[in-house]
Design a binder for this molecule. Structure first.
Ligand code: KIV
Length: 275
């Protein structure tokens, strides 16, 4: 049996079945090499449209295109074997109609071979989610702070700050559950609300800035590695790679300038060609 056959990739139903069990570990990745590392530790790898801000230095995720998501989704699929890969649907690729959403999702799934897609929105996307799921597209939903709505909500601030504002967010989580989503990202909501939603809906909640009360957690990889210039306040940095990369680049630049750069055939012998 080959190694490829031994490793079974997690599926959307596998993640759905984790409700109330072992917490779900999720991080974002946009590249084959980081996906390879994440694959050893994560249940879900999210190819988030945050790639627009993280990789491309955009101010928001709004300009991200379907082609950008597909290109990076393919890279992440190439780099991973075990994790469920979920690809974000970018702004403008799914909101116009359920038919538009299906056509975009089919492109993403055929061209990347990912296991699921993610879309932002609660009650307003419920009909679309049901349409996609009925036609074979597993959907991760995303409620609370939905960054693609930045131009109507005005800022990336926490949602449901007052108990009086919780009702619509809870109704969103309930609607996506009833529509057939296999899990839901809950972004930037207070702990008591995240806890209530996690306790009342039947699908796993995956929190980002939504407290440990959720069934799983997701972070943007570059944020937790200390590579992003600005990060939300709730992000814990597990490494500080920015200064390490700066120091490595400086060491290299200094060696090149002193003509001490060691990269020659003597240092890195090439493999002899056979025959
Ligand atoms: O785009 C993204 O990375 C996301 C996560 C922050 C949940 O949607």
């Amino acid at each position: 049996m080959s190694l490829q056959e031994e490793i079974k990739r997690l599926t959307a139903p596998d993640i759905r079945a984790r409700k109330g069990k072992e917490p779900i570990v999720c991080l974002t990745s946009y590249h084959a090499h980081t996906a390879r590392i994440l694959d050893q530790h994560c249940d879900v790898i999210l190819v988030g449209d945050s790639l627009g801000m993280v990789m491309h230095g955009l101010e928001t995720t709004v300009p991200v295109t379907l082609d950008m998501m597909i290109l990076q989704g393919r890279a992440v699929m190439r780099g991973s074997r075990r994790a469920l890969v979920v690809v974000d649907m970018p702004f403008g690729s799914y909101e116009a109609s359920k038919e538009q959403a299906f056509a975009s999702a089919v492109r993403v799934m055929k061209e990347t071979q990912c296991g699921a897609i993610k879309i932002e929105g609660g009650r307003r996307m419920a009909e679309t989610i049901a349409f996609l799921v009925e036609r074979g597209v597993p959907v991760m939903a995303h409620v609370g702070l939905t960054p693609q709505s930045i131009n109507t909500i005005g800022s990336f601030r926490a949602q449901g700050r007052e108990p009086a504002d919780w009702g619509p967010i809870e109704a969103d989580a309930k609607a996506v559950t009833e529509a057939g989503a296999f899990s839901v990202v809950i972004e930037a909501v207070a702990e008591p609300l995240a806890r209530r939603m996690t306790e009342t809906i039947a699908i796993p909640t995956i929190g980002i800035g939504a407290s440990p009360a959720c069934d799983g957690q997701v972070l943007v990889l570059e944020d937790m590695l200390g590579l992003s210039p600005r990060v939300p306040r709730f992000v814990k940095r597990y490494a500080d790679l920015g200064p390490s990369i700066g120091a490595a680049v400086k060491a290299y630049a200094d060696e090149v300038r002193r003509r001490e750069f060691p990269g020659s055939a003597n240092v890195y012998p090439m493999k002899a060609k056979s025959g």
